[in-house]
Design a protein around this ligand. Structure first.
Ligand SMILES: [Zn+2]
Length: 400
């Protein structure tokens, strides 16, 4: 969003061109240095510690629906592989002397995981259901699955080959990934309870019966279109109302786009988005299969559109939101400010006049026009500050 203080966009003076990207060669992977080993060790070490805690306290930390489908032996095998990898790579990184502190944190975490029972720990036979749980298991599995899939596709066909996996602020986005997953589960009741509470009066049995009688290939596109219509306007309002923009600016302040960048979302926005997108789904009352299908598409696309992925989609780019389309939404280049709000299909942007997809061009700069604080708490409190530092005016001279 452009603020009053910003100069008005001047699309006519803007010229498309390649992105100006900072040199990351110093961060690039070099075999044997131990920097990548340190990073892998800290992520897997902390992940393993959380994994063991999930075995110890499943009623508070794991998701009831997921508990029903787990094969404990497979989970144990993943935990074993992750603990040994964290240990071996942590020792290697520590010995090499690069990222010693990172490696040490990884090693301490994995040692704690062993002390608390390690991968030999038994899960209780019966787990009582608690009203509130943290969904740590879902966070860990989603992180593992997303990292494997998206780092692979970003390496196969990157838009920016010079952007490394451990690019600046990856730790910050990983923190957002973890916290948002855990807090979404904690606030599940708020998020999913909002629609029935606020729109219970508006449900229509005939509409829901009709919806459920339709085949999947009819239900899913209807869900995609209507959920996207709601998300389009929620998203647009978050851009156009200054007080709300300060929350949404957190999502936009990342200057490096990849699969992890999309996780950076202010907690309040995460809850608002989740609550509001439930409304059309709740009113339509689709079959469980259709709902699950939609949720899987939405979860994949939310990560995918932020990815450093340069595949050309041909005419499909007019039908589905692609990384190129959403990267333009994250641009701070004049012609793209406040454009491309949709998350599933560009149709709503075409219809409401906010579509920006100039041929094969990609943005030159990502981020916000006014810079945000660089720390997690700085970003958390940014929307509540009366006059954020970044936007404050020059101090008034005494006597004026
Ligand atoms: Zn946005």
């Amino acid at each position: 969003m452009a603020t009053d203080a910003d100069p008005p966009p001047e699309p006519s003076r803007y010229s498309y061109g390649p992105r100006v990207i900072a040199d990351m060669s110093a961060r690039a992977f070099r075999f044997g240095e131990g920097r990548l080993s340190g990073a892998v060790s800290i992520v897997l070490g902390i992940g393993s510690l959380f994994g063991v805690l999930c075995f110890r306290y499943p009623e508070y930390l794991t998701t009831p629906e997921l508990r029903e489908v787990y094969d404990p032996e497979v989970i144990r095998l993943i935990l074993k592989a992750s603990m040994w990898t964290a240990l071996v790579l942590g020792l290697f990184a520590f010995a090499r002397g690069k990222r010693r502190r990172t490696a040490a944190v990884g090693l301490v975490a994995v040692a704690l995981a062993w002390v608390l029972g390690g991968y030999g720990i038994e899960a209780p036979n019966a787990v009582r259901r608690t009203p509130v749980f943290a969904g740590v298991d879902w966070m860990l599995l989603d992180l593992l699955g997303s990292a494997i899939l998206f780092i692979f596709i970003e390496k196969i066909l990157p838009k920016y080959p010079e952007q490394v996996v451990l690019r600046p602020e990856w730790q910050m986005d990983l923190l957002y990934f973890g916290l948002n997953h855990i807090l979404i589960a904690l606030f599940l009741l708020v998020g999913n309870g909002f629609a029935p509470l606020a729109f219970g009066w508006a449900t229509n049995d005939q509409l829901q019966a009709w919806m459920q009688s339709q085949p999947l290939w009819v239900q899913v596109p209807i869900l995609i279109l209507l959920a996207d219509l709601v998300q389009y306007w929620v998203h647009r309002i978050f851009h156009e109302v200054p007080a709300l923009w300060k929350f949404h600016a957190v999502h936009h302040c990342t200057e490096h786009m990849d699969w992890l960048a999309g996780s950076r979302t202010h907690l309040f926005q995460t809850i608002a988005d989740r609550s509001l997108v439930m409304v059309p789904l709740y009113l339509l009352g689709p079959s469980l299969d259709a709902l699950n299908f939609y949720v899987a598409i939405a979860a994949f696309q939310a990560v995918f559109v932020h990815a450093n992925f340069g595949l050309k989609f041909g005419p499909l780019k007019y039908l589905i939101v692609t990384p190129q389309f959403h990267h333009w939404h994250h641009a701070k280049d004049d012609p793209a400010i406040d454009t491309n709000y949709a998350v599933h299909t560009p149709l709503w942007d075409l219809l409401f006049g906010s579509y920006h997809l100039p041929g094969d061009h990609w943005p030159k700069h990502y981020g916000t026009v006014s810079p945000l604080p660089k720390t997690f708490f700085g970003q958390f409190f940014y929307p509540f500050r009366r006059k954020p530092e970044a936007e404050s005016e020059a101090p008034v001279e005494p006597g004026e």
